[in-house]
Design a protein around this ligand. Sequence first.
Ligand code: GN1
Ligand code: MG
Length: 365
Amino acid sequence: MTEKFLHILSEFVIEGDICSIDSLGEGFINDTFIVRTEGDTPDYILQRKNKRIFPDVPAMMENIRKVTDHIRRGVEAAGGDPRREVMTVVPTKSGKLYHVDSEGEYWAVSIFIDDTIAYNKADSEALARKGGEGIGKFQAQLSDFNEPLAETIKGFHNIRHRFMQWDEAIARDAAGRCASLSDEIGWIASRREEMLTFWSKVEEGIIPTRVTHNDTKINNLLFDLNGEALCAIDLDTVMASTSLNDFGDAIRTYTNTGDEDDTDLSRVGLSLGMFRAYTEGYLSRRAKQLTQVEIDHLAFSARYITYEQVLRFLMDYIDGDTYYKIKYPEHNLVRTRAQYKLLQSIEEQYAAMCEIVRETYEKYK
Ligand code: GN1
Ligand code: MG
């Protein structure tokens, strides 16, 4: 295996002598490795991109290049540190952004940013606030980006598209699991109309389309050792969509008092303190640029994205676990139930969340 990695890495413009290659992180889609080099040369992130999920890896890498180049120019203009405040993609020796190996697998390399932490869980309101600032800053950095971006996953946060896939999955019942899932399938059915109503506003342009990250779970943001948010990583899904996706997905992860796949549902729920902290950080960076309609839907976006996540985990379970990496056979069902518990908790506290958004917006608008 190491021979194979070294061979792949030899295709890229890498400095220094490689001393170790280890698996890294908790990603559900790609395979990620940390490549350490001797001495002062940088360390690197090597990723096998999942071509089953990303049908056009070259277009995805081109998105990432455009977006990171844009952010880098902004960081330089502001006197920041472009080696730490934005991801740097490392090209191959022939100038491509990816390498295809002899088995047809796609590989990409970026520079590892030293002295950083990726959290899997928010351990304090201070961290949630910094996380909100970090995603707010990321969106602000791209607010004047106007190049076209490829749609790397069709209909990624488009619930109308997800319902098409869902209806097909139910009809197929590929793993023969639907009969035992009547409660869970009912959770999806009972909220279908309200989710479509929200998405119609995006389709009609009432909610604007911007450049968004689309996968802002907590571990996709790097923090420095002083607790400041440094830069967003995992840019595979950067696309044009509603900025509300990023707020909703962050709330889904930062505010959860339990784990995404908790088997003890009594641990799972939304912490209003964490919600307030994240909202504070986010709106301190974004209040002046968002429209009133976006502000009015911030709290709802947490319901939308958490609901969509329940649907996606359950759909993958119904399909026989073909999308997300799982660690044990019922993992996607456990994730479904834990995310549903979170959704219920968000629904119960929705009025209070709306009030927090209103108060916080007043402060920063
Ligand atoms: C996946 O790749 P990763 O682990 O950061 C998924 C997200 C889900 C998340 C659930 C491309 O994110 O959409 O919200 O798992 N990414 C893709 O934890 O599907
Ligand atoms: Mg990730």
